[in-house]
Design a binder for this molecule. Structure first.
Ligand SMILES: NC(=O)c1ccc[n+]([C@@H]2O[C@H](COP(=O)([O-])OP(=O)(O)OC[C@H]3O[C@@H](n4cnc5c(N)ncnc54)[C@H](OP(=O)(O)O)[C@@H]3O)[C@@H](O)[C@H]2O)c1
Length: 353
């Protein structure tokens, strides 16, 4: 059989670097026999990844370089896009390239997209949605998720939701099977060669360090899920292996997968950061202070209250039933998440505030 060609985007990033490692260490014969390429932004990233892993490397000029993106995707059978859940044009260009590949080769091609559960976070402070998302979103009930994405986006346009909807629509239009892996808070040390830090907890740590104290927005009662980045890498690997083995996996409107292994409240996060930061001598107090959404938005410097609310104060509860049915066995329980804050502090200290 001709080896399949897998393209990984974002391989210099936190998720993508870990996913690349998981693919390279895969026990799956189908993956071992495949050719892996990475699409990166700099010659230096390409050099390092080629030297260390003998992967094929392609350098491009970023998400606006859609001609190159489509051209590169048209030479691959599976695209694992981890670089961004926000760049609609890039996602469309990748799917368009895969459609060309399908036409040229006469067999099915697959697109795996990376997204986040801030998409389905409620809006307790801004009150953005007439009908608040509620309950636990499960990936064996994709109708509820897709309906929420459409309804919420009609009320408030959010780039990551826009991109997910565009992925589904473009895949259907072009006959490409699309799968969206929607993660909550990914934590733990990344396994790639470049960025190894995640987003949410390091942002809160840096802000707490500047202020000398940890904050939480409002009553901190919102609930999110988490997944260790190593476990997440294994899910992408299992996903690609199953696809290459010919397993039929729900796709398009049915293909939204939640990647979680437990849930936590914002209070638990704030208290974990405060206690460990105080023990490490980086904070003056282990008391957590309450701040408003406006103050947190200014502190994070994002300029968007919606982003701050959905990413640091909302409730977004999910369950990854379908993800587990593929054979994914995440190993890090909630205790691991609650104990990881010291490591996260040390990683931020090592990188610099
Ligand atoms: N980390 C989480 O907890 C989490 C959870 C859910 C969803 N997500 C989403 O997953 C995506 C990746 O997250 P991450 O944590 O892996 O981020 P990351 O470590 O910052 O990695 C981003 C990757 O995308 C590349 N990239 C960034 N901007 C680009 C541009 N304009 N053109 C081309 N490439 C670009 C980066 O390349 P360079 O190295 O050249 O900058 C890097 O390889 C984000 O959209 C994020 O919101 C993350």
């Amino acid at each position: 059989m001709v080896p399949k060609r897998i393209l990984v985007t974002g391989a210099s990033g936190y998720i993508g670097g870990t996913v690349l490692k998981a693919l390279l260490n895969s026990p799956s014969k189908a993956i071992q026999e495949s050719e892996i390429s990475v699409l990166v932004r700099t010659e230096e990233q390409a050099r390092v990844l080629k030297e260390r892993f003998q992967v094929a490397t392609i350098v491009f000029n970023g998400f606006d370089d859609t001609e190159t993106i489509t051209n590169v995707a048209s030479k691959h059978d599976v695209v694992v896009h981890t670089a961004s859940g926000f760049a609609t044009g890039c996602a469309r260009a990748l799917i368009t390239g895969l459609a060309k590949r399908k036409q040229a080769m006469g067999y099915q091609v697959q697109y795996i997209h990376t997204s986040g559960t801030s998409n389905i976070g409620n809006s307790p402070y801004l009150g953005l949605y007439d009908e608040e998302p509620s309950g636990v979103f499960t990936d064996d009930n994709p109708k509820k998720t897709v309906a929420a994405l459409r309804r919420m986006n009609a009320a408030f346009s959010y780039e990551q939701r826009e991109t997910d909807l565009a992925v589904i629509e473009t895949g259907i239009e072009q006959g490409v099977k699309t799968y969206i892996l929607m993660s909550a808070d990914i934590y733990g040390e990344g396994e790639g060669e470049f960025n190894r830090l995640t987003i949410q907890v390091p942002k809160m740590i840096r802000s707490a360090y500047r202020e000398g104290q940890v904050w939480v927005i409002g009553d901190g009662s919102g609930v999110w899920n988490h997944v260790h980045v190593h476990d997440l890498g294994l899910l992408y690997e299992v996903f690609v292996a199953r696809l290459l083995e010919g397993v039929v996996i729900p796709h398009g409107e049915q293909g939204i997968f939640f990647t979680e292994n437990g849930e936590h409240s914002w209070n638990e996060v704030a208290n974990g950061i405060a206690t460990t930061g105080f023990e490490l001598g980086k904070l003056k107090t282990k008391e957590v202070r309450t701040i408003s959404l406006a103050e947190a938005t200014a502190e994070l410097g994002w300029g968007s209250k919606m982003w701050t609310e959905s990413g640091f104060a909302s409730t977004a509860r999910t369950s990854g039933t379908l993800a587990r049915s593929l054979g994914w066995k995440p190993t890090r329980p909630k205790e691991d998440f609650l104990e990881h804050f010291r490591d996260e502090w040390n990683a931020v200290i090592a990188k610099g505030f």
